[in-house]
Design a protein around this ligand. Structure first.
Ligand SMILES: C[S@@+](CC[C@H](N)C(=O)[O-])C[C@H]1O[C@@H](n2cnc3c(N)ncnc32)[C@H](O)[C@@H]1O
Length: 489
């Protein structure tokens, strides 16, 4: 919150904020004068309140003055009085918890919205002109540096966009820019900039949860200071990014492996805490730097700016696959000679006939699942690569999708399959004798095997025979890359 931000305008004016020079003597005198004025105001207010019953407005003023004078115990009493008058008062609820040392997990939404609604008209002037606010520039610089090492981003979102100070910095980096903020009045200011494609008044975590894999860039300038525990936020950001997406944000610098809440009601986060939460949510750290966020009562407020890249995880892959169109799923499973294998299987089983159990080793035949369904009542797949199995599972075209060593899978299912197919030479290639032996074990009586191989057709067909298979045909592939071997148990 900005209770503690009301400071003294930077004493030495400068051409750019980065060049601001503060004269320490002048600044100390200004601070002193400010403290004296605040104390005088507080005294006046206290006298007025002693004479008449306090209004919510007066108590509010008094609590804020007490905080600015760092009289935290007095401020706690005043906020408690406010709660007695108005038990639902959002700021009082938050500040009572913070000042009593409870450190709530985040600032409540009503409080944040009211605070920034009240602040919207003066936000840009106070932050930029008075407080030398630099968070958007730090986010933009870290984003540009991260993008140098990443493919371009198309869609970005500015979390807690406020009046839109980050938009001019990001607009040139993304094709589409969205923004979310709890404060309708801040969003109105952002809208007036005409730099966002879509602006939403809403809460960041719940909004992001509705937008899986929508953005390649998620940015947040000076917003995480309204969150203590960052677990839900980091998870929501991760969910809104595809693998490889970027999350760039600033925080106020805290200490240790936790987060703290200061007299301003804002939160600070320690580096160890941030790195832990980032790793847990599935991010790798691309950069992590200490920065000066702004001035507060003419003293620099230190922070961190970090850029994180969304890592591929089993969960992220599953989530990405679950929203992928069927055609894209199939394209990722296809193999050049899948059609040859299916055509051979059709010839072997015969028109109008069907077997009980079939399996696709490697999961390359999903595009032909319709034809294979005519040939078998039950269609399984297995692949060493678990990502491939997940993708096959998401097509919904197989009865069972497994991942693991194909050889062990077959050896564990003696006499089980009437039709075994393999369109990927990588599946059949490892050790031909072990492979054919496993196929022989898994094939039911009179079962059929069809597979694509590279290498020496003569040697392979001899190996198949040595493992007890009857080789029925060895057909060269049209592109000359190998052959299709058809055998029976
Ligand atoms: C200090 S301002 C920063 C605004 C802007 N990012 C900038 O750099 O100018 C923090 C903003 O975050 C918004 N905010 C804080 N918590 C939020 C939440 N949980 N959901 C949406 N907006 C939030 C506030 O309403 C406020 O506009």
């Amino acid at each position: 919150m900005l209770l503690g931000m009301g400071g003294v305008k930077a004493v030495a004016p400068a051409a750019t904020p980065a060049e601001t020079v503060i004269d320490p003597v002048h600044s100390a005198l200004a601070q002193l004068r400010l403290a004296e004025t605040l104390a005088a105001n507080l005294n006046r207010l206290q006298r007025a309140l002693a004479a008449a019953s306090a209004s919510e407005f007066q108590l509010h003023q008094m609590a804020r003055l007490q905080l600015r004078l760092d009289r935290r115990a007095d401020a706690l009493i005043t906020y408690r009085r406010m709660l007695t008058l108005h038990p639902g008062h959002a700021e009082a609820r938050h500040m009572v918890a913070v000042l009593a040392g409870e450190v709530p997990e985040k600032a409540n939404e009503a409080y944040v919205a009211a605070l920034f609604d009240a602040f919207a008209d003066s936000f840009d002037e106070k932050l930029v002109d008075w407080l030398d606010y630099r968070a958007p520039q730090h986010v933009a610089a870290a984003t540009r540096a991260a993008l140098d090492k990443s493919p371009g981003v198309a869609r970005g979102i500015d979390l807690g966009c406020g009046t839109g100070l980050l938009a001019p910095e990001l607009r040139g980096l993304v094709k589409r820019l969205d923004g979310i903020d709890l404060s309708p009045k801040m969003v109105d200011k952002a809208r007036a900039r005409r730099l966002y494609d879509e602006l939403t008044v809403g809460e960041i975590v719940s909004e992001l949860q509705k937008r899986p894999h929508v953005y390649e860039l998620v940015a947040a300038a000076d917003v995480l200071s309204y969150f203590g525990d960052l677990r839900a936020l980091f998870e929501a950001v991760r969910g809104s990014l595809p693998d490889g997406g970027l999350f760039v944000a600033t925080v106020e610098k805290g200490s240790g492996a936790r987060y703290q809440a200061g007299k301003t009601g804002r939160y600070q986060h320690g580096e160890a805490y941030l790195r832990k939460r980032a790793a847990e949510a599935g991010f790798v750290v691309l950069s992590f730097d200490e920065i000066e966020l702004r001035k507060e009562e003419n003293k620099p407020v230190l922070g961190y700016v970090f850029a994180l890249r969304a890592q591929e995880t089993p969960e992220s892959q599953a989530a990405a696959l679950s929203v992928m169109p069927l055609d894209d799923l199939l394209a990722g499973l296809d193999m050049p000679h899948a059609g040859v294998v299916v055509a051979a299987a059709q010839r072997m089983i015969g028109n109008g006939f069907a077997v009980g159990w079939a399996i696709d080793l490697g999961g390359c035949l999903a595009r032909h699942a319709g034809d294979l369904r005519q040939l078998s009542q039950h269609l399984d797949m297995v692949a060493e690569d678990s990502a491939r199995s997940r993708r096959a599972f998401e097509t919904g075209l197989y009865d069972d999708c497994d991942s693991g060593a194909v050889i062990h899978f077959l050896e564990d299912r003696p006499d089980h399959y009437d039709l075994i197919m393999a369109a990927d030479p990588a599946v059949t290639q490892a050790d031909a004798a072990i492979f054919f032996s496993a196929v022989k074990i898994a094939l039911a009586a009179a079962g059929v095997f069809v597979g694509v191989f590279n290498g020496d057709a003569g040697v392979l067909s001899e190996t198949a025979k040595a493992e007890g298979l009857f080789v029925l045909a060895v057909e060269p592939l049209l592109d000359g890359s190998g052959f299709c071997l058809i055998a029976e148990s």
